[in-house]
Design a protein around this ligand. Structure first.
Ligand SMILES: C[S@@+](CC[C@H](N)C(=O)[O-])C[C@H]1O[C@@H](n2cnc3c(N)ncnc32)[C@H](O)[C@@H]1O
Length: 362
């Protein structure tokens, strides 16, 4: 069985590692490939079907898709792969005709009974003359026509039993069954307070991985709605976890989120100012934050001073490592450098249509 897994651009290597670890922990054998067809934000895994015996000794299939949906921290979607190809001509009429023919020749009937309702969700990335709606319509009619040979197909766009996902990324077409459903896995059920600039939970987990935590104390000095810390607590982290936030409204939201996640007792939340960090903490092993960019919150001109003051304070208390993300490359690099820190790792991560800079510092 093949699965196309989706995640944020720039963290495919970490997601691949996670998938390998999860498959290994379940005793499953398989290959995991990051960026198949050079497509960013995608991981392809081919896994042998697995079985177990139930209480009555009956052989049952181990549901790999459910297992990944339930346990992954870094993935956005788990899509059962049906077929994929390169589109030879991207001119609108020709591309859509090619997609229609390709889907008509794909083994759709292996994945859906005619009695089941279905919908197609289209997705597109790259330069195209057609829209994701065009893709969904074309694929929908090919599936309909194919199933018509077996009975009367049933389309239900709002509450389908089976969701097909049809993606075109540049010239690669991919068709699968979306086992995750319409809500991406990065939208966590604990998020009862929606911070206007919250971080995707998948990226928060990537930052946690990059920090290489060793059980020491950790602070998010501008924690917003608490995403990184809540995700860390949910992983069962045993070290001290501290969150600081300047605005009461967000701090209250972070507490509400932590309560919903069942980890309120694991995080110490402080109403405070990150530029006065040493007033709240004598020392801390790790620091991590999704720093304010000035795009969504506050004024951009205040960012360089804020970063400079914050990193000066951080240099007083940080023992081990820090992991930060921001769009403000110049401001953070200046603040890191002038306060005696060294960048030990840098990468770009896709977040909300932007590529943000992620730094691990010492
Ligand atoms: C990009 S948001 C963080 C979002 C957070 N990662 C989340 O997922 O909700 C940056 C946060 O920094 C807070 N902030 C800005 N200046 C601050 C300061 N001097 N001290 C503490 N927090 C500050 C903002 O109120 C905002 O909530």
């Amino acid at each position: 069985m093949k699965f196309m897994l989706t995640t944020s651009r720039g963290i495919e290597d970490l997601a691949k590692k996670e998938v390998e670890m999860l498959l290994g922990s379940a005793g499953l054998k398989g290959k995991v490939e990051e960026k198949p067809f050079d497509v960013e934000g995608r991981i392809l895994t081919e896994v042998e079907k697995a079985y177990y015996s139930d209480d009555k000794g009956k052989k049952r299939e181990f549901e790999i898709a459910s297992f990944l949906n339930e346990n992954s921290k870094l993935l956005h979607r788990v899509i059962l792969h049906i077929s994929s190809t390169k589109i030879s001509n991207l001119e609108k009429g020709k591309a859509l005709q090619e997609i229609y023919n390709f889907v008509l020749n794909s083994p759709i009937e292996k994945y859906i009974k005619v009695s089941e309702t279905f919908a197609v969700r289209g997705f597109r990335k790259g330069e195209h003359e057609f829209t994701s709606i065009d893709i969904a319509k074309t694929v929908g009619s090919a599936i309909y026509d194919k199933l018509s040979k077996l009975g009367t197909p049933r389309v239900n766009l709002d509450h389908p039993t089976v969701i097909f996902r049809a993606e075109i990324i540049n010239d690669v077409f991919f068709l699968g069954i979306d086992t995750t459903g319409d809500s991406s896995l990065h939208k966590r059920p604990w998020r009862v307070y929606d911070h206007p600039a919250h971080l995707k939970a998948s990226i928060a987990n990537a930052m946690i991985e990059l920090a290489g935590l060793d059980g020491g104390s950790i602070v998010d000095p501008m924690c917003g709605s608490g995403t990184i810390l809540i995700e860390l607590a949910l992983r069962g982290y045993e070290g001290r976890i501290i969150g600081i936030e300047k605005y009461k409204k967000h701090l209250k939201g972070a507490k509400m989120n932590a309560l919903a996640a069942g980890v309120i007792d694991r995080i110490k939340f402080i109403h405070g100012d990150a530029t006065k960090l040493s007033q709240y903490l004598e020392s801390v092993d790790f620091a991590t934050s999704n720093l304010p960019y000035g795009l969504k919150i506050g004024r951009k001109s205040t960012i360089p001073t804020l970063y400079m003051k914050f990193f000066a304070e951080l240099s007083e208390v940080l023992g081990k490592k820090g992991v930060f993300i921001t769009t403000e490359k110049n401001a953070i690099e200046k603040a890191i450098d002038e306060n005696g820190f060294k960048v030990i790792h840098h990468r770009l991560i896709g977040h909300g249509g932007l590529m943000v800079h992620c730094y691990v510092i010492k």
